[in-house]
Ligand binder design. Structure first.
Ligand SMILES: [Fe+2]
Ligand SMILES: [Fe+2]
Length: 162
């Protein structure tokens, strides 16, 4: 990002803090991507197959979110976190797969728990950046909308909604 762009953000917010918040979001996206990837490879059974297929698609979505955030971090003059070994710690999220790999519903519930947390986090960031850093606000609100859609798809998959 150019000088003026950074000045505008800096006058309203602490850029280092924004970079840190966005990096935490990057870590959450990687955690979610890993969960969906691992889950899609262990799920068994009839309903499990359908859920695995959906989860496989989610991996791509979450990594796209991470890339969007990383691009914005770069623009802000920050460095997207060097992830290896730090993802779990930074995201504050410990993800374990349900023990019963035929219990597709348990996997959906775990995914809903993950998505619920990221929705809360992005909502908090969106409120904070609104009217202060338009570009970052746009990035987080776009991702927020995508997570809300995912949550709804997961709910549909679990049969709660029709
Ligand atoms: Fe995401
Ligand atoms: Fe998600």
């Amino acid at each position: 990002m150019g000088k003026k762009g950074r000045e505008i953000v800096q006058s309203e917010l602490n850029i280092n803090e924004v970079v840190e918040e966005l990096n935490r979001a990057v870590a959450s996206e990687w955690t979610a991507a890993y969960f969906y990837w691992a889950a899609s490879n262990v799920l068994k059974g009839f309903h499990g197959e359908e859920v695995a297929e959906f989860f496989e698609k989610q991996v791509e979505d979450e990594l796209k979110h991470a890339s969007k955030l990383a691009r914005r971090i770069n623009e802000l003059g920050g460095v997207p976190i060097d992830m290896i070994g730090k993802v779990e710690q930074t995201s504050g999220e410990k993800l374990t797969l349900p023990n019963d790999h035929t219990d597709a519903e348990a996997f959906i519930q775990k995914a809903l728990e993950v998505e619920g947390k990221v929705i809360e986090y992005y909502n908090r960031l969106a409120k904070k950046y609104f009217g202060k850093d338009h570009a970052t606000y746009q990035v987080v609100s776009e991702i927020l909308a995508s997570e809300v859609t995912e949550e709804e798809e997961l709910e549909t998959l679990s049969g709660k909604k029709r």
